[in-house]
Ligand binder design. Structure first.
Ligand code: FES
Length: 84
């Protein structure tokens, strides 16, 4: 999974592109955003996703979404995966 802070909100996404299920997305370690930081990008075929909804808006999987991972921040400020 990877976490993006967007508009002051943390969102976690499964590191798997909906174009080819299970395909990791980063183009190098911890690099998930495009050059201006406005979209999440899959390095494999260039799909672009909105950071707040995970919706693919450009590339081979337009209309599909990243899979959200539920997270919480505990009383110590640690980020945890929430139980569903
Ligand atoms: S595997 Fe992500 S765009 Fe093809």
């Amino acid at each position: 999974m990877f976490v993006v802070r967007w508009g002051g909100v943390l969102r976690a996404w499964r590191n798997a592109c909906p174009h080819v299920d299970g395909a990791p997305m980063a183009w190098r370690k911890d690099a998930y955003l495009n050059a201006d930081g406005s979209r999440i990008v899959c390095h494999a075929h260039g799909a672009e996703f909105l950071p707040d909804s995970g919706m693919c808006v450009q590339g081979p999987c337009v209309g599909k979404r990243l899979t959200a991972v539920p997270i919480v921040i505990d009383e110590h400020g640690d980020l945890l995966v929430a139980e569903e």
